[in-house]
Design a protein around this ligand. Structure first.
Ligand code: FAD
Length: 459
């Protein structure tokens, strides 16, 4: 028997639930299909759990530094990994339950638990149920990419998902991947007390960022005792008893790292291979991301793709913004589009990196005339007072329009401070809006006006 709906939402990640709620509120009969945990990656194996772990790691780090602030703790700082995990589970669990009960409580919604697969452009099978709707929204997200690394298939390794079950301290955690996910895990496990080696095939960490950002993050991590192996162009993995050995070069040289556990953090792959997209005629690119237009419509009328599976953003806020764009177009006669958004994201190491817009390298490649200003956090009073002076802030401005093109705030509160600049970028206001503003003392943001009074040509 086929059940008819006005809309079907596949995947309860970051865009699917608000979309389902909006559809239901509009009086539409909506089916919500989730195969695993409500809330998807962010809630269960991504942002929320990792940021609770980062918070525990920060507490341990600050406790070890207590004497610098004149605080006596006495005994050696010890991290109870079971309690760290329990705190993480509690916070992520509350969020998951919140999403699930929200979906189950929708006036016009019906929740299906199971794997959804298209049977045609308007029908989707989940377990024994066949559902039909004119409007279908795909929000299936992505999972950890496991690279074709010789030997990996024969050994036990961790991903961001299985890391969530770890309630012990690995003796030596080897992390393959020196980008956002690998760096957050690397610093936190080092702070928990593990030996950590990060292996990266490129010559520097988070190579998408400017070199000064990569270099400063490298200095911060190495300063805490995280070992780095860069230029590991050809990696292999093998098990030797209880130990795991990662080979870094396949040529003459034979660098190796030996550890107790291995985390693979080298990128993401969209969950689109097992959706029956061919039956619906929905096109993907070579990497499996669903092709969408500026309003997130696929090539098949009546089917949209939102969130990480469309390749337009790999963050919770980009997924949620996708929901807002689709809802605005469907319900509000507001033709919002993806190309209106300015890319922004954070790296939640300590100190964090807040990023908005273009890097200096991208600005240079674009050939525009630009101005840049940089200030070390050591010259920010609030950072000095807090005893957290690592990092710097940098802003790049268009020399002609005076608009802010991009910014990086790597330093204490950098993940918050960046929004001052981001909102001015959205307003398309000149940088003088900030440089002439009076900010509150003593804050990190207080130095943004000063920074913007020190612009020089971008060399
Ligand atoms: C370790 C880690 C840390 C991160 N930290 C941050 C951060 O700090 N900030 C940030 O912005 N982003 C962060 N991210 C990225 C963020 O988690 C994702 O970009 C975001 O969750 C993507 O949301 P989504 O809505 O696209 O899909 P998801 O949240 O992945 O949800 C997709 C849902 O679809 C379900 N599903 C898949 N296939 C099917 C199917 N066939 N049938 C039914 N259901 C299906 C899945 O079970 C899942 O629940 C992090 C990611 C990781 C891995």
């Amino acid at each position: 028997m086929t059940s008819h709906f006005d809309a079907i939402v596949i995947g309860a990640g970051q865009a699917g639930p608000p979309l389902a709620a909006r559809l239901s509120d509009a009086g539409m009969k909506v089916a919500i299909i989730e195969r695993k945990h409500f809330g998807g990656t962010c809630v269960n194996t991504g942002c929320i759990p990792t940021k609770t772990l980062v918070a525990s790691a920060y507490a341990a780090h600050l406790a070890r530094r207590a004497a610098e602030y004149g605080v006596e703790i006495g005994k050696q700082v010890r991290v109870d990994m079971k309690r760290v995990k329990a705190r993480k589970d509690e916070i992520a669990g509350r969020s998951r339950e919140g999403v699930e009960s929200w979906m189950r409580g929708l006036a016009n919604g019906k929740v299906y638990h199971g794997h959804a697969r298209f049977e045609s452009a308007h029908t989707v099978r989940v377990n024994d149920d066949l559902l039909e709707a004119d409007k279908i929204f795909i929000n299936v997200g992505a999972r950890a990419f496991v690279p074709p690394m010789p030997g990996l298939e024969k050994i036990r390794y961790l991903t961001n998902s299985s890391m969530m079950d770890v309630d012990f301290l690995p003796e030596h955690l080897i992390i393959v991947g020196g980008s956002y996910i690998g760096l957050e895990f690397g610093q936190m496990y080092r702070r928990f007390g593990a030996k950590v080696t990060i292996v990266e095939k490129l010559a520097r960490l988070i190579a998408r960022e400017d070199e000064d950002v990569s270099a400063t993050i490298q200095e911060i991590l190495e300063g805490e005792g995280v070992e780095l192996q860069l230029n590991a162009e050809c990696m292999t993995a093998r098990q030797a008893g209880e130990r795991i050995i990662v080979g870094l070069d396949c040529g003459e040289e034979s660098r190796e790292v030996e550890g107790s556990h291995l985390l693979i953090a080298v990128g993401r792959v969209p969950n689109t291979g097992d959706l029956g997209l061919d039956k619906a005629g929905v096109e993907t690119d070579k990497a499996g991301y669903i092709r969408v237009d500026d309003q997130l419509r696929t090539n098949v009328p009546g089917i949209w793709a939102v969130g990480e599976c469309n390749g337009k953003g790999a963050f919770t806020h980009t997924s949620y913004n996708d929901y807002e764009i689709v809802a605005a177009n469907l319900f509000d006669h507001d033709r919002r589009k993806v190309s209106d958004r300015i890319m922004a994201y954070g790296l939640f190491t300590d100190p964090p990196l807040g990023r908005a817009g273009m890097t200096a390298a991208q600005v240079k490649a674009s050939g525009r005339k630009a101005l840049v200003a940089t200030r070390p956090m050591a010259r920010v009073a609030r950072a000095v007072e807090k005893g957290e002076t690592q990092g710097f802030m940098k802003v790049i401005v268009d020399a002609e329009s005076k608009e802010i093109l991009g910014a990086a705030v790597l330093g204490v509160s950098g993940d918050e401070v960046i929004h001052v600049l981001l909102d001015v970028m959205y307003a398309k206001a000149p940088y003088t809006t900030v440089s002439r503003a009076m900010h509150i003392h003593p804050t990190v943001s207080e130095l943004l006006p000063t920074l913007l009074q020190e612009l020089e040509p971008l060399a």
